[in-house]
Design a protein around this ligand. Structure first.
Ligand code: IFM
Length: 416
């Protein structure tokens, strides 16, 4: 190391790795609401369909070999509820055994599995009952969680109950680009309530069952997508109000509900951080408040999202107030040519390290994503992978940025 560079060292035992979700990588998840949603033309960019995705359902061993080669020691993935419980109350044991093999495959390679229980997709039979609009989801989710925890819990330390609840709500019920694509007005408060209850009941179920595994620590959290909202016109009181409102509603509202529960229901927070947004309020057109708006001048990703590393520091400081450990459960960018990813990772890690120095208890960093994958309504054009996927041949190619990140994972430090 020459004199002008310095090493920023991360805490001992820091988790390094990447994340995926079932629908986005496994392929052929034909029994959930997303699959149905896609069948109508015009909903997915470029007329695409999820189809076989990365065929990770069958190629997971090969993919985990790559993650191991890249020095990862944690991998976050989601269980596909619609495979495990294809019909109400009917369990598909073969799917459970599949996930047992997946988990063991990670452990054999020295990676800690971190499991998400709900990552945007509902079995068709649940969505037909109204999904999170229906109060029954709380007990149905609890029953599914109980089943998988009984079966697989002995191998799992980190559980994420729900992925990005406010994104799910926003996309499905405000801008209607995701299922169920409905406008339900103020009823969305009911959905938030059901999500909080589903999370809380899952928390209790997992801890109860985990008493059977006394040699193992069990931690239950969820992932929170935090966005940094700034007023579009710095001098405008209306825009300042808009930014404050969005910050409160998108970032804080649901977390506050979880922390107000009568008993403890969260052990750690997964932060998903991508970008900042600009908020504005036009009295003549108040609906515009809910539009996502990006900076026009900024350095952006292939999806036009501003690259704003300082935002991850701001998000971590925001979450620090809850006083529990935080894992960065997602952070990444669409960058097909891999021109920006290595710097993106480094710049965000500098900010994460600063947040640690400033007292945030951060236990890991998981990049989104291990593989290029199906980016919901944006289809396959957004390339988030450390590893490039050729969807025709299913060939994997490790990107250069993945190798730079591997060096960080192996050495537990960044050189700046
Ligand atoms: O691909 C998504 C993921 O499913 C949830 N968090 C954000 C990612 C990038 O948009």
């Amino acid at each position: 190391m020459d004199k002008k560079t310095k090493a920023l060292i991360f805490p001992e035992g820091f988790f390094w790795g990447a994340a995926t979700s079932s629908y986005q990588v496994e392929g052929a998840n034909t029994n959930n609401d997303w699959w149905l949603w896609e069948q109508q033309d015009g909903r997915i960019a470029d007329g695409q369909r999820c189809a076989l995705a990365c065929n990770h359902y069958h190629l997971y061993n090969q993919d985990f070999d790559i993650a191991k080669e890249l020095g990862h020691n944690m991998h976050r993935f989601s269980l596909e509820w619609s495979r495990i419980e294809p019909k109400r109350g009917e369990w598909n044991q073969e799917a459970v055994e599949h996930y047992r093999r997946v988990i063991l495959a990670l452990k054999e390679r020295g990676m800690t599995p971190a499991v998400t229980l709900f990552h945007f997709c509902l079995p068709i039979w649940v969505s037909e009952m109204g999904g999170f609009e229906n109060r029954e989801i709380v007990s149905l989710f609890q029953r599914y969680v109980t089943k998988v925890c009984r079966e697989l819990g002995e191998h799992i330390n980190y559980w994420f109950t729900i992925n990005e609840p406010m994104v799910f709500l926003y996309k499905g019920y405000f801008d209607k680009t995701w299922p169920p694509g409905k406008n339900i007005g103020f009823q969305f408060f009911r959905i938030i309530r059901h999500m909080v209850q589903a999370h809380n009941q899952a928390y209790f179920a997992i801890h109860k069952i985990s008493e059977q595994f006394p040699d193992k620590n069990t931690y239950v959290g969820l992932t929170k997508n935090v966005r940094i909202f700034q007023p579009y016109r710095g001098g405008s009181i209306l825009d300042k109000l808009a930014a404050k409102f969005k910050d409160y509603f998108f970032n804080d509202y649901m977390m506050a509900k979880i922390f107000k529960s009568s008993a403890k229901t969260i052990d750690f927070i997964g932060l998903n951080y991508y970008t900042r947004e600009f908020a504005s309020l036009d009295i003549l057109n108040p609906k515009e408040l809910f539009r996502e708006s990006r900076s026009k001048r900024a350095d952006v990703t292939d999806l036009g999202w501003e690259i704003y590393p300082f935002g991850i520091y701001q998000a971590l400081v925001k979450l620090k107030k809850y006083g529990i450990p935080i894992v960065v459960a997602e952070n990444g960018l669409a960058d097909k040519e891999d021109k920006k990813r290595a710097k993106f990772i480094l710049d965000h890690l500098v900010q994460i390290h600063q947040a640690i120095e400033d007292g945030a208890d951060i236990i890991g960093y998981l990049h989104w994503s291990l593989l290029d994958n199906f980016e919901w309504a944006d289809g396959y054009r957004a390339r988030f992978g450390l590893v490039e996927v050729d969807y025709q041949s299913q060939q994997r190619t490790i990107r250069d940025s993945a190798r730079s990140y591997a060096e960080i994972c192996r050495t537990n430090q960044i050189i700046i």
